[in-house]
Ligand binder design. Structure first.
Ligand code: XIL
Length: 319
């Protein structure tokens, strides 16, 4: 009964999961299963800015260090998530910008320092960094974040240049949701990558989160989307796959979910550029979905007791 990890190793791909550090500390089954089933890990929260610098100049690296150490001990690579995002920012930063005590010039320095400090700390130990996360709206316009408002669109190129200077070997990714298929948002990324590459910005990967919901159907033109990024010389990765549903679970929903996991995995395995497929948690016991999407859940390949669902079986079949 080979693990997902064993099959992935034969296939030459990374199979990853987001890791909940509280669960890793408290739950022995979680620790064992994370090591057995995956050869890549992503911090679900502990590498985010609010977690690593909760007060200005006061850093808390402990849980992120713990994850990097766990990964090393178990022969896993680490995806770094995430350096520049509009969400989960520390209060001192959002407050400072809102009340005008941090102006644009200072903010740019703060961002540069944040990226440099975090990337250098894990230099050589992070395979891929999600440098910018969720920078576009659904219609393909740039998201109206504090970064865009204060620094203008050049913050994106700057972030990649700063990250590259801090760890030249790490593969640097853009990352977003609702960009599985060809649509206005993924096309905005495609155009951005072309522009960045044209002026020599170090960007190497396009991360597709892959947060699907069965009630919305499966996205169209996933293979075509991967192919067009590949044609630009980009790596691709599925970085946060889960497939939620409106509860309660039934057999049909569970089968649809399984097929959605499989179809994303097949798209990855069918693209030379895609060597990494990460789920956003693998057990419903710790999934973020019920807390955020009311009435929805059961989004991962294992139930709350680590029982394998049809989705787990499809991932295994696909690998
Ligand atoms: C989520 C985590 O899973 C939650 O625990 C947290 O409360 C909020 O963030 N896109 C991302 C991830 O890039 O960082 C988000 O993770 C899920 C959506």
């Amino acid at each position: 009964n080979p693990s997902l990890r064993a099959l992935a190793e034969r296939a030459g791909v990374r199979i990853g999961t987001a890791v909940d550090m509280a669960a890793l500390a408290d739950d022995r089954t979680y620790r064992r299963t994370t090591a057995r089933e995956f050869n890549s890990v992503t911090a679900e929260n502990v590498m985010k800015w609010e977690s690593v610098e909760p007060q200005r100049g006061v850093y808390d690296w402990k849980p992120a260090d713990d994850l990097v150490r766990y990964a090393h001990a178990h022969g896993q690579v680490v995806r770094g998530h995430t350096l520049v995002w509009h969400s989960q920012l520390p209060g001192w930063l959002t407050t400072g910008v809102a009340d005008g005590s941090i102006d644009a010039t200072e903010l740019r320095g703060i961002l540069r320092n944040h990226i440099t400090t975090e990337v250098k700390r894990y230099k050589g130990r992070i395979q891929q960094w999600d440098v910018v996360n969720e920078v576009f709206e659904e219609d393909g316009s740039l998201r109206n974040s504090i970064w865009l408002q204060q620094l203008g669109p050049s913050y994106i190129a700057d972030a990649f240049r700063w990250a590259h200077a801090a760890d030249p070997k790490a593969k640097l990714f853009l990352n977003d949701y609702n960009v599985e298929g060809v649509n206005a948002k993924s096309t905005a990324y495609y155009e951005l990558v072309k522009e960045l590459k044209a002026v020599g910005v170090p960007v190497q990967g396009f991360g597709i989160q892959g947060h699907l919901a069965i009630q919305y159907g499966f996205p169209g033109q996933v293979a075509e989307n991967l192919a067009r990024f590949e044609a630009l010389g980009m790596q691709t990765a599925f970085t946060e796959v889960d497939v939620r549903m409106i509860l309660p679970v039934d057999e049909e929903k569970s089968a649809t979910q399984a097929s959605y996991f499989r179809r994303l995995l097949d798209a990855c395995l069918g693209a030379r550029s895609c060597k990494s497929f990460t789920v956003w948690g693998y057990t419903d016991k710790y999934s973020w979905v019920p807390g955020v999407f009311e009435g929805q859940g059961a989004a991962t390949p294992m139930d709350e007791e680590y029982g394998r669902k049809p989705a787990y079986g499809e991932l295994r079949e696909g690998l």
